[in-house]
Design a protein around this ligand. Structure first.
Ligand code: PMM
Length: 293
């Protein structure tokens, strides 16, 4: 599959001629990367609009932290956090994605104007999710996931991480399609940091192009994650904090764009928006009849 074929997005969303940038707004008190910063709904809406001004093509709104060890929030609280923010951003013309493992949250967020359901469990956490997504005809992210965050690090055991993630993603895809989700609307995601240690994440990034074997658009969400902290620590005991990992995140964005990812999911949009545009310009230059021709 060529890079531009691989980059084609899911049915039901606009098409971009480059890797898209999904900005993150976590309406949570406790996310590892930005916990508490956008917990107030007004600030969360403002943040979403700022991310669009910085070049985000979509904004992913979530109300539940999935950091390793995180406990779940209840559904009522998640709804209270997410739905008003989705509604306001959608009303302002923002293309909104909802980051949730709960069918009720997905359903109400779609009714409030969300256009994409980003479920880190790929429909495994809530048996109601796939029917809701199928009935709504919504684009759906199926991420590689082995269980809830509370103990996911215990599941970071692989003989061959690439082969196992590919096989488990294929199972996730099949599960969604069997439940009535249009395959053309499915996006896959290797789930960096979810039941994976830093070496697993790096191995998956080294073989991103092989994930195109699944024939679906690819979302890469490396932003500020632990593996970047470990790389940047370069052997020192303490990694830099999450908010000091944005340049490293933009480096992954450039690589993901080069490898034909459909989109990257990032907390700080500016540098990644630049990176995807530079990657696109280089791709154009490489094509026959490129800019110098
Ligand atoms: N990671 C987080 C949250 N949502 N969604 C997808 N599709 N892929 C991911 O890797 C992913 C995600 C955790 O990061 P955050 O708490 O900083 O948002």
């Amino acid at each position: 599959m060529s890079r531009s074929q691989a980059r084609r997005g899911p049915a039901g969303l606009p098409a971009w001629d480059r890797c898209a940038v999904m900005g993150v707004v976590n309406v949570t008190p406790d996310s590892f990367s930005d916990g508490g910063q956008w917990f107030d709904p007004e600030l969360a809406v403002k943040r979403g609009l700022d991310l669009v001004a910085q070049g985000a093509d979509l904004v992913d709104v979530g109300g539940e932290s999935t950091r390793p060890g995180a406990a779940r929030v209840d559904a009522a609280e998640e709804l209270r956090r997410v739905v008003p923010v989705v509604r306001e951003l959608a009303a302002a013309g923002v293309l909104v994605s909802v980051d949730t493992m709960r069918a009720t949250v997905a359903e109400q967020a779609l009714a409030a104007g969300a256009r994409l359901v980003n479920d880190v469990s790929g429909g495994q956490a809530d048996p109601g999710m796939i029917p809701v997504v199928a009935a709504a005809g919504a684009p759906f992210v199926v991420m590689h996931w082995r269980g809830q965050s509370i103990d996911m690090n215990n599941r970071a055991v692989y003989a061959d991480v690439l082969a196992e993630v590919l096989a488990e993603l294929r199972t996730g895809l099949d599960r969604a399609v069997a439940g009535g989700v249009d395959p053309e609307r499915i996006v896959i995601d290797p789930g960096l940091g979810f039941a994976k240690d830093a070496d697993h994440d790096l191995t998956l990034l080294a073989h991103l192009a092989e994930l195109h074997a699944l024939g679906r658009p690819l979302l890469v969400a490396a932003s500020r994650k632990r593996f970047l902290g470990r790389v940047l620590a370069a052997g020192a005991a303490t990694p830099p904090p999450a908010r000091e990992r944005d340049a490293a995140t933009a480096a992954v964005t450039a690589i993901a764009a080069r490898e034909g990812a459909w989109a990257v999911r990032v907390h700080e949009v500016h540098a990644s928006a630049d990176a995807v545009r530079v990657a696109r310009a280089i791709e154009t230059a490489a094509a026959p009849g490129g800019p110098a021709a």
